[in-house]
Structure formats: structure tokens, C-alpha cells
Design a binder for this molecule. Structure first.
Ligand SMILES: Cc1cc2nc3c(=O)[nH]c(=O)nc-3n(C[C@H](O)[C@H](O)[C@H](O)COP(=O)(O)O)c2cc1C
Length: 195
């Protein structure tokens, strides 16, 4: 199954991430953990999270980018759940080979993440810690789905991103569940902006 960790501190105020989640949440085989709803006191049930990850073949992290990184509770989730001896370290292989898809939205537009933009660097520079977290645990890092300029995107554009994400997850499910189609493209559709 797919385990989608949704990390928005204020889901009722979210436009972009809520639309992305709504676009995929009814997919069969998808389990959603709305992190801030489940753990409002930051008291993460490590055993439950690790069990969910063990069931998953694909792990999705979906969140707004906060200060060039993940919201605090998702960082805490990494700290607690990706434990030594389980996720990494001698003989640890719990996450090995699982696919990992990072879905993140930014307020900054794509061009603001460049040498001449306000953020001075390509977005890929900021994505490195997230990518390496997955790679360090020997997960299979898929091409991320990064949606820039989330505030300024029209509903139709956000809807297209949601649909593209849905198609990507459907393709993954079809491939893994063995629907008999071996020619499915699980790369991002050209409607999604890469980092
Ligand atoms: C505390 C905070 C920090 C933020 N940091 C960044 C940032 O580092 N880079 C950026 O491009 N946008 C940043 N933003 C903008 C959010 O990424 C943006 O509001 C979000 O992606 C919109 O998605 P939503 O509609 O689901 O909330 C920040 C917003 C907040 C509230």
C-alpha cells in the first residue's frame, strides 16, 4: 500500500496541500496519516508509524515548505520513527527498497529559486536533506513533485497538479499490484514542476 504522511499544521487554512490530498485520498490502497491531527501533542506512536511503514511499498511526504524544510512535526516524525537499528545502522533494513515520493509546495515561485532570485539557489539545494534522509535509509527516491508559487496558482492549475499526482499514484499502484500493465509510466506528468 501507499502510506501518505500529510504534514500541514493548519489543514483548514491550506489551499494547495488540501487540494492535492483531496485529489488522491480516495485511492484504494492509500493510507493517509494526517500528522497534526493524529499527534497534536507531538507524542508520536513510533510503533504504529513503523508498522504502517512496514506495510507500505511507497511512502509519500506531503507538506508545505517551511523555512526551506519540512514543518516541525514531520521533522520530529523523522527523528522518532527513523530509529537507529530500524531505519539505519548495522543490519537495519526496514525501509530498504521502499519507494519514496516527496510532494511539497512553496510560496516562492520557481524563478525565485535561482542564483538571481530571492532565495539565491536552485530549489534542489534545499531538497538535499530530505532526499538524503530517504537515501540514508536505503529508500528508492522518486522524482519529487514540487509545486512552486502555491499562493498564486489558480484553482485550475492546482487541480491539474492534483490530477497529475493522482495519475502517478495510480500508475504506481497498477504496477505494484500487478494489473498486468508493464509499460506504465510512473514519472511525473509534464504538468508538475520539478525542483
Ligand atoms: C512558517 C512558514 C514558513 C515558510 N517558509 C517558506 C519557505 O522557506 N519557502 C517558500 O517558498 N515558502 C515558504 N512558506 C510558504 C508556504 O510554503 C506556502 O504558504 C504553502 O506552500 C502554501 O500551501 P498551503 O496552501 O497548503 O498552505 C512558508 C510559510 C510559512 C507559514
Amino acid at each position: 500500500m501507499i502510506y501518505l504522511v500529510f504534514a500541514h499544521p493548519y489543514p483548514s487554512q491550506s489551499r494547495a496541500n488540501q487540494m492535492l490530498l483531496d485529489a488522491v485520498r480516495d485511492l484504494p490502497g492509500l493510507e493517509v496519516c494526517a500528522l497534526y491531527d493524529r499527534y497534536p501533542d507531538f507524542d508520536i506512536d513510533v510503533g504504529a508509524e513503523q508498522a504502517a511503514l512496514m506495510r507500505a511499498g511507497l511512502v509519500v511526504w506531503m507538506h508545505p515548505v517551511y523555512w526551506y524544510s519540512v514543518p516541525g512535526l514531520l521533522k520530529h516524525w523523522f527523528d522518532k520513527v527513523f530509529a537507529y537499528g530500524w531505519a539505519y545502522g548495522d543490519g537495519a533494513a526496514a525501509l530498504q527498497g521502499k519507494d519514496c515520493l516527496w510532494v511539497a509546495t512553496t510560496g516562492g515561485k520557481a524563478e525565485s529559486y535561482s542564483a538571481n532570485g530571492i532565495h539565491e539557489r536552485p530549489f534542489a539545494d534545499f531538497s538535499r536533506p530530505i532526499e538524503e534522509t530517504a537515501r540514508f535509509c536505503r529508500m528508492n527516491w522518486l522524482e519529487p513533485c514540487i509545486i512552486h508559487g502555491a499562493h498564486d496558482l489558480a484553482e485550475t492549475a492546482l487541480g491539474a497538479h492534483g490530477q497529475a499526482l493522482r495519475e502517478r499514484l495510480e500508475a504506481w499502484l497498477a504496477l505494484k499490484v500487478g494489473a498486468g500493465n508493464t509499460a506504465i509510466d510512473v514519472s511525473p506528468s509534464n504538468t508538475a514542476t520539478g525542483p
